[in-house]
Design a protein around this ligand. Sequence first.
Ligand SMILES: [Zn+2]
Length: 199
Amino acid sequence: MLDEGYIKFQPVWTPAEPLNWNILNELDHWRTVLYQHQLIGAYDNGIGFGNISQRWNAGHQFIISGSATGNIAKLNSQHYSLVERVEVDQNTLYCSGPILASSESMSHAVIYQECPWVNAVIHVHHLEYWKTLLHQIPTTPEQATYGTPDMAYAIIDLLQNDDLIKKKLFVMAGHEEGIFAFGESLETAASSLLNLPTY
Ligand SMILES: [Zn+2]
């Protein structure tokens, strides 16, 4: 079975009204651009991949695309969730909104926690970039699979690495095609993915 698209954390989800579109507008703009570049999308079997988030208010809360939305061409406010709190040690994630948060939310959460200057995190899939960048830039170990506390701890480890803070880009050896980018803004995080050379 393809290791993608299902939730591995214990979700504590409070269903709630969607956030106002004005709040989601910029996040959704970049999500659409990444979808158009097929960095977010779906495999032939219909399983979606890729997710995008933006820090929300003070603290470590963030807004993220919902679970199983990678295959949808155009999202609306029903497709975004607010992650309120994450307990990595307990593998528990608290979110609210009209949809459950993305299965990769725990990885986003630790980047916001570790780097107060980061306001946007993006996870995409791309086989050629993944192959080319693997172990050439900061890389999470093969044993760390997506959406797990193991992955969250591996990301925290990588964030101690100056090279990652400079590149703001890493690949996941244990999650084929998986690449993460982050930055001060959605635009800078998206640009580091969109400006990768074509091989
Ligand atoms: Zn993925």
